[in-house]
Design a binder for this molecule. Sequence first.
Ligand SMILES: Cc1ncc(C[n+]2csc(CCOP(=O)(O)OP(=O)(O)O)c2C)c(N)n1
Ligand SMILES: [Mg+2]
Length: 371
Amino acid sequence: MASNAKKVQFDAVKTLENIESQFEMVQVLNEKGEIVNKSAVPEMTDEQLEELMRRMVYTRILDQRSISLNRQGRLGFYAPTAGQEASQIASQFALEKDDFILPGYRDVPQIVWHGLPLYQAFLWSRGHFMGMQLPEGVNVIPPQIIIGAQIIQTAGVALGFKKRNKKAVAVTYTGDGGSSQGDFYEGINFAGSYGAPAIFIVQNNQFAISTPRDKQTAGATIAQKSVAAGIPGVLVDGMDPLAVYAVVKEARERAINGGGPTLIETMCYRYGPHTMAGDDPTRYRTTDEDSEWEKKDPLVRFRLYLEKKGIWNEEKENEVIEQAKEDIKEAIKKADEAPKQKVTDLMSNMFKTLPVNLQEQYEIYTEKESK
Ligand SMILES: Cc1ncc(C[n+]2csc(CCOP(=O)(O)OP(=O)(O)O)c2C)c(N)n1
Ligand SMILES: [Mg+2]
C-alpha cells in the first residue's frame, strides 16, 4: 500500500547503516600470504618479521604443550589459544616495555612475551600465589577471570599514564562475549571522556563458550561500539599478523600523542575448546566452520609470506619448536619446585596486617602446618 505519510527529514535506520558500512575489515596479508593492501603494510625490519614469526610458532607449541600438561594434571586452568596467535602475539609485538597489559584468562601468551617468566604463568594456572607475584618492571596484571573487569581498570591505568605525562599505553584484551558486559561500555566511555591512552582489544573468536557472536549484539560489528564512546574503532582481520600489528601500532601512536583511546576488534577463531574444563565444541559449531577458519590460519599465511621473502624456512621453524619444548620443560620443572601453597600463605599474602578474626586462624594453621 502506498504510504501518504509525510516524508521525514531524518532516517535513523539509514544513519545506522551508514555508520555500520564504514567498518570494513582491515587486511594486509591474505590467506595465500600475499599483500593485498600496500598502503597498510607496517614498517618492520626483516629481523622484526622473523621475530614475530618465531613468537607465533613458539606460542602454538606452548598451546599444544599446555593442553597436554593440563590433561596430565600438571596444569590447572587453561584456555587454549591456537588460532588467535596473530590477534594476541602481533598486538603485543606492537607495544613497548613501558606499556601496561591487562589480560583476560586466554591472554597468557601476551603477558609472557611482555616479560612474565613462563614458570610463573604455569603457577598462575595452578592458582599458586607465586604466579601472581609479578616481577618489578613487568607491566602486567594477572589474567582476569571475571569477564570485562579489566576493562575499567585499563581506563584507570591509562588515565594514570596521562596524568603523569608518561608516553605509554594501557592495553586490555577481552572477547566478543566480554563486549556485552556493562564494564566494557563504562571502560571505553570513561577512557574516551578523559582522553586516556588506552587500547581496548576485543578478540572476536566467534563464541563466548557456546554462545555465538550474533547473540552478543545486533550491531554488524563490535568495532562500531566505539562510535557511542566517541573514540576511533577499527575492525581488523585477526588472523593476519601484519594487519593486527599495523592497527595496534597506529592506535599506540595516537594514544601517546594525546589522541585518546582506540577500540580494536580482531576477527579470529579459537580452534580448541573454550577451556580445558570439559566443554565440547562439536555441540555448538560444525567441522565445516572449523575448517573454513583453519584455511585462514595466521601461521600458514605468515609463513608463506616470509618464505617468499627468504626470511623463513623449515630449519628455523624446527629450531623454534625445539627451543619452545625445551623452555616449557624447564619452566614446568621450576613450577614444580615452588613450595607447596599453605593456608597461612593465603592469609599473609592477602593482608599486610591480619584482621583480629584471621589472626586467631593464622595461629591455628601455623601450628598445624608446623607438624
Ligand atoms: C562476569 C562473568 N560472567 C560470566 C563468566 C563465565 N564465563 C567465563 S568465560 C565466558 C565466555 C566469554 O567469552 P568471550 O568474552 O567471547 O571470550 P573467549 O572465552 O571467547 O575468549 C563466560 C560467560 C565469568 N567468568 N565472568
Ligand atoms: Mg569469544
